[in-house]
Design a protein around this ligand. Structure first.
Ligand SMILES: CC(C)(COP(=O)(O)OP(=O)(O)OC[C@H]1O[C@@H](n2cnc3c(N)ncnc32)[C@H](O)[C@@H]1OP(=O)(O)O)[C@@H](O)C(=O)NCCC(=O)NCCS
Length: 115
């Protein structure tokens, strides 16, 4: 697995994000292409708006848990769902996520163990 970053200190970090869903309404294809990988876009077509909100919040949470550099972007992290519905990052198994939806808001927490 490609290491995109090095964490300071003990190699663990946490990030969270809360999204006001309204902010993501009516975004154009360019925005979707910036946020969702091809496979995520296929699921978005089936699952709809809440999927986009959840993936956006989760990716923002991941970014917050990483050192602030311009070396990575949303597409570096692909988030699919396990058979039980829990989210996982396909290409970075060291990142653990939790996502929660409400009508108007979506939140996510990311924990990274880089050891
Ligand atoms: C899975 C569960 C936790 C979802 O909770 P919820 O309040 O309905 O919905 P939330 O919006 O908070 O969470 C949905 C997100 O949780 C995540 N999720 C789904 N299943 C999950 C699981 N088994 N483990 C961890 N996370 C899960 C997903 O990321 C999902 O969002 P996504 O589909 O966009 O990726 C809940 O339905 C559940 O099964 N709880 C088990 C306990 C239970 O059944 N209690 C009822 C007895 S009172």
């Amino acid at each position: 697995m490609k290491r995109l970053y090095n964490l300071f200190g003990d190699g663990m970090n946490i990030g969270c994000d809360i999204v006001e869903n309204e902010r993501l309404k009516n975004r154009d294809k360019r925005f979707i292409d910036l946020v969702l990988t091809e496979r995520e876009q296929k699921i978005y077509a089936e699952r709809g708006f809440s999927f986009l909100c959840g993936r956006f919040a989760a990716k923002e949470a991941i970014m917050k848990a990483l050192p602030h550099t311009k070396e990575y972007n949303f597409l570096d992290f692909e988030i699919l769902s396990n058979p039980d519905g829990s989210p996982y990052v396909t290409n970075h198994t060291e990142i653990k996520l939790s996502i929660s939806h409400e009508k108007n808001y979506t939140m996510a927490v990311a924990i990274i163990n880089n050891n």
